[in-house]
Design a protein around this ligand. Sequence first.
Ligand code: 6PG
Length: 250
Amino acid sequence: MNSFRLNNARVEIWRDAPELAERAAELLIGISREAVKANGVFTLALSGGSTPKALYDLLAEDTYSPRIWWEQTQVYWSDERCVPSDHPDSNFRMAHEALLSRVPIPDASVHRMRGEDKPEAAAAAYSAELVRQFGSEDTKFSLLLLGMGDDGHTASLFPGSPALKDDSHLVVAPFVKKLSAHRLTLTLRALNAAAQVIFLAAGESKAATLKLVLEDDSVASAALPAKLVQPVKGELIWLVDEGAAKDLTH
Ligand code: 6PG
């Protein structure tokens, strides 16, 4: 493993996606226990995508699950597709099947975005739920897990989206042209309030974009939403595999 600091981030390069998932699981467990000791609760925001699925599968296993204090854990999402919760594209469904249905977390501690509702209404309802749960608009997640698309999107904040400039909402429902669909997503304001952010990126298809995000400041940041995730008071960690890291100069 190779690790270095870059601007505000710690970057760790692991061999492959399974190693990445193991490292993420160990980090998550450490962060969860610290959060419960300090605040009595571990607030975890999940993302969709294929890379975190390996992590969710691992966390449900006997080597990991008993080390997480599920009774003290509250689960949220950073984004959701506008589909019913049992749809193959649903981020909730993926996390539910891979992890949440396999561990002793109370149903009331799982706060999903309602992809089946009208997008604007679902975004407003999720925002209200966050304020209710956090007691204010300060969404200081103990841990926010994010992925990065090959185009530099993160959560459902896509390059050039007007949602990137929205600093008055916590959750929005942008129409994503390239997908011809609405998505539900936390805004940068909500993402950047997290105490810890871990990005997971695996595979050579991410290499060129990862280099731009981490090492190249010549590209307008609105073209690379992942670059705009800079927790205001929190810590930022990039866990990447050798494929995704292959163009980095470090
Ligand atoms: C989603 C996401 C999205 C994802 C990236 C990376 O719902 O699709 O939350 O931002 O994290 O597209 O996805 P992969 O891990 O599958 O490459």
